[in-house]
Structure formats: C-alpha cells, structure tokens
Design a protein around this ligand. Structure first.
Ligand SMILES: [Zn+2]
Length: 329
C-alpha cells in the first residue's frame, strides 16, 4: 500500500495505540478515535454511522479502517489536536496564530465542525469586527487578538470569502492587503495562496485612491485654517497662545515625506504605520491640552470618515455578492 518512495509516516503525537481509525493527510497518518471525531464533526459522524467495510488491505492501516483526506497534514494536526486537547488551548489563554485560526476555519467548514469554525469566526471578529478607527489602531496582534504576519492578509481575505463572512470584514482585510508589496498582491505567496483576479484588481485600484487619502490626512494634521474653525468650541480656547502658535508654525513647515516617513503610503487609517502616527501624537503632546485634544479629535474624525466609506474604494459590483452577517451596521 505505502510505496517505498513515498511512505506513510505516523504522526508523533496524534497516534493513539487504542485508536480505531487512521486518517491519512498528505502521507501523514493519525491513529485516532471515531467517537472523538464524531463528537466534533458532523461529516465524520455521518461517515462512521455506516457499517465500516470489512478490513481490506488497500483501505486499512495498522489494522484500522483508513480515511484518506485531501487536507495538508499541518492543518489536520492542528484540528485533531484541538479535538483532543481543546481544554489545554483554553487554559493556555495565549492568542493563536493565523495558521491555527485558518485551519480551524477551513477544516471546521469542510468537516462541519461548528465549534472550531465558530471559534475561528470569533478570532476574526476580534481583528475585523470593530468599527472604531482608534480601537482598530490600538489593537496589538498577539495580545488583544490572534498574532499576524505581514503576508497573512491574502489568506485572510480568502478565508473570509470561503466562509461567506461580513463584507465589512472583507473590506478591512483587503485594505490590509493593500499595504503589501505590489508583487505580493499580484503574484500571491510562495505557498501558492493568492487573491482572486477580481480582488487583485480591487486592491490595485484602491491603492491609488488610498495614496491620495493618506496624503490628505497628513497634510491636514496641523492645517492653519482649522484652528479658527467653529468646531473648536468643544475643546475651548488655546491656553498657551504664543507657545502653541510658534510650535504650530514649525510643525506646518515639516513636509509630507517627514510626516509620513514614507511608510503610510497606502494607509490613511494609520493601522499599519506606527511611525507616522507616533510623529503626529508626539507633535500634539508639545501643544497645550485644548490644542492637542482638538487636533487629535480632528484627525480621528477624518480617519473615522474614511473607515466608514472604505467599501466605496474597493468597487464591489452593485449586486450583493456577499451576505453581511454583522448586526452592528
Ligand atoms: Zn494651544
């Protein structure tokens, strides 16, 4: 059965001597229990509800019925480990990586293992569920939500699409993709994961608009006309007029490249560009409290406005191609 050139290897941990079924994914064998799989997955429950065929050497391994699946071994190991050791995950209370959440989402969907699928959706909601720009910017991956690598976003977009999740989450994930290098957006990852051609076009087109928005946000940070505007009433008058005027004059002379540090190019929401955001907040700190509060509020409102209309930069077809499942509108 197992050819000499490409033998099946037993998984080191997920191999239970008293198991009664062998799952083979990508030449890795997991000897596990039908009852455990059935408890978690409707697909396995259905599969094992039929009488198992008499042991045929081609369909058995180590004396157990063998089920060959098309998933990769890493994803299967993640999901089986959660089936068996879910409590350990809960007790550890550490944030999962995207790799784990992705396996939970895709295999949870495929095997109708609703609890792990729902947990994956919950993890995505922590990253993409907020509609408050400051909350999104202050979120620390790995601490407040799952940990993320810079090139995870392509795969996140694809999972959000596979699970038919909220359009709002999809738009934010596409926005994250826009921060990647153009070659990555177009060609995808070495793992062969790539965006759909339509999503590549969406990102490329959105990037040119995001550049303009990003420039507008930063040019407007300490713009002269705003200090006399009526909405200044909220914070009250400047409490150190001559000092603030001198500092503001200096800040206005700082040109755009120094403000953006070249990093906020496609990131008007400042989710990914800590340097530009830090420059702005440190500059605000040199002003009196009413002035600092005022300029920060203006900036936050401008970015909140972009977040609220983010959908429009990605040019979705008029028909609702996705169902919006969030109720926060
Ligand atoms: Zn002031």
């Amino acid at each position: 059965m197992a050819s000499q050139l490409n033998p099946i290897l037993r998984h080191t941990d997920l191999w239970y001597e008293d198991g009664n079924v062998v799952i083979v994914a990508d030449r890795t064998a997991f000897k596990v229990h039908r009852t455990i799989l059935s408890q978690h997955s409707l697909v396995f429950a259905d599969m094992f509800s039929f009488p198992q065929p008499a042991t045929n050497p081609d369909e058995s391994y180590d004396g157990c019925p063998m089920v060959q699946v098309s998933d990769n071994a890493t994803d299967m190991a993640i999901v089986l480990d959660i089936f068996y050791n879910g409590v350990t995950y809960l007790l550890a209370r550490t944030q999962p990586t995207w790799k784990v959440v992705r396996a939970m989402a895709l295999l949870g969907l495929k095997y109708q293992a609703d609890r792990i699928r729902n947990e994956a959706v919950h993890q995505l909601s922590l990253v993409y569920g907020s509609r408050d720009v400051d909350e999104i910017c202050s979120m620390q991956p790995g601490v407040d939500c799952m940990s993320l690598e810079d090139d995870d976003f392509i795969s996140i977009v694809n999972v959000i699409r596979s699970l038919d999740l909220s359009r709002k989450w999809l738009v934010l994930a596409l926005y994250d993709c826009c921060q990647m290098e153009a070659a990555l957006i177009v060609n995808g990852l070495p793992s062969t994961e790539r965006l759909s051609p339509a999503d590549v076009v969406r990102c490329v087109e959105a990037r040119s608009e995001l550049v303009d928005l990003s420039r507008d946000i930063m040019e407007d940070w300490f713009a002269e006309q705003c200090s006399s505007s009526e909405d200044r009433d909220l914070e009250g008058p400047c409490s150190a007029f001559s000092t603030c005027e001198r500092i503001l004059a200096q800040l206005r002379r700082v040109r755009l490249p120094a403000r953006s540090k070249r990093l906020a190019k496609h990131d008007p929401l400042l989710i990914h560009c800590e340097l530009a955001e830090t420059w702005f907040f440190e500059s605000c700190a040199s002003l009196c409290v009413p002035c600092a509060t005022y300029y920060k509020r203006r900036d936050s409102e401008a970015r909140q406005h972009i977040l609220a209309s983010l959908d429009s930069y990605f040019h979705f077809p008029e028909d609702n191609e996705m169902t919006d499942v969030t109720s926060d509108s």
